[in-house]
Write a protein that binds this ligand. Structure first.
Ligand SMILES: NC(=O)c1ccc[n+]([C@@H]2O[C@H](COP(=O)([O-])OP(=O)(O)OC[C@H]3O[C@@H](n4cnc5c(N)ncnc54)[C@H](OP(=O)(O)O)[C@@H]3O)[C@@H](O)[C@H]2O)c1
Length: 293
């Protein structure tokens, strides 16, 4: 089965490319410009600019993917706030253009959304009402709605605070930021009063593989099972890598002058995925251990 994955120079897409290629799928990574990541799997790569409909059409006519997994996005909430027009272009317009083309080619569409579409009161289930607190969350919620208006049978999955292995050329996740700082003996401040359900990237990959094999449609929360603050996550990284936890200073979110509003209690419930996909979430401790081995 031929699967195209957008955003393949990004963190999640690279994990998906590696995992699905290793599962024997024919994977085609799509990114902007060159393929910049050196990961442990071999797959085809095409440069595609998703805000340019002719670039998307050329790609589809050449490759004709049976499935497209769309993870490419302007994924940093601060950048979305600073440049809302670019955020709408990359997150909403690009998703619509891709969905319209997928419709022409009868390509199954799987879209990566986020817990940021919700407000306070997490962990949230798939049936909770979205109420984004910032423009990034707003744009991803708009993208979900735009997608479903074109392809009502699309799959939407929502992860939270993704972490996992980092390969050369790839940006790191929060756990790498913590590990790098502690290894350099650098003190860091980490918030105690925000709760998340951090997601181990390979768990998402397994969830999506089951979605493909069982031909699911609809919305799935693919997240971790532990509800943790970033401070607790940082302590777990220090313990796993035997680094000095005294370098981690606990602080509250109001001690950071952050322009982007974030939920205190976010996170996603995974009951639906556990029931319909036999989804198994890795514990944070185990996920961190596997990310660094
Ligand atoms: N990371 C998380 O914790 C998290 C949590 C929940 C949901 N998500 C969602 O999961 C998805 C993947 O997140 P991520 O952290 O892996 O993102 P990422 O590392 O920032 O990667 C996003 C990729 O999208 C590419 N891209 C953006 N606009 C594009 C365009 N117009 N045409 C072609 N490529 C474009 C970027 O290309 P360049 O490299 O060239 O900039 C980048 O490689 C996103 O949809 C995000 O909203 C992420």
């Amino acid at each position: 089965m031929k699967i195209a994955i957008t955003g393949s120079n990004g963190f999640l897409a690279q994990h998906l490319c590696v995992f699905l290629a290793q599962q024997g799928f024919e994977v085609i990574g799509c990114g902007r410009g060159m393929n910049r990541v050196q990961s442990p799997a071999t797959f085809a790569y095409h440069s595609v600019e998703l805000t340019d409909v002719s670039s998307i059409r050329r790609f589809f006519s050449l490759v004709q993917p049976e499935i497209i997994i769309h993870t490419a996005a302007m994924s940093k909430p601060d950048e979305c706030l600073q440049n809302p027009e670019a955020c709408l272009l990359h997150n909403v317009t690009a998703t619509s253009l891709l969905a319209e083309t997928a419709q022409l080619y009868n390509t199954k569409f799987i879209f990566s959304s986020t817990d940021f579409i919700f407000g306070e009161g997490g962990p949230h289930s798939e049936t909770d009402q979205p109420a984004p607190l910032n423009f990034y969350g707003e744009s991803k919620w708009m993208a979900e709605q735009a997608l479903l208006s074109i392809l009502p049978d699309a799959v939407i999955f929502r992860p939270v605070f993704i972490y996992g292995k980092q390969w050369p050329g790839m940006r790191g996740s929060f756990i790498h930021w913590v590990a790098n700082a502690l290894q350099a003996n650098k003190p860091i401040k980490v918030v105690t009063d925000q709760l998340r359900t951090p997601t181990f990237a390979p768990d998402i990959c397994k969830g999506i593989t089951t979605i493909i094999h069982t031909n699911q449609t609809g919305i799935f929360h693919l997240a971790g099972k532990d509800i943790l603050s970033p401070y607790e996550m940082a302590l777990a990284v220090a313990a796993t890598l035997r680094l000095d936890k005294n370098l981690i200073e606990p602080v509250t979110a109001d001690s950071f002058p952050e322009p982007v509003k974030r939920a205190q209690k976010s996170g996603l419930k995974i009951d639906k995925a556990q029931r319909l996909l036999a989804y198994e979430a890795t514990s944070f401790e185990e996920g961190v251990r596997m990310s660094f081995t």
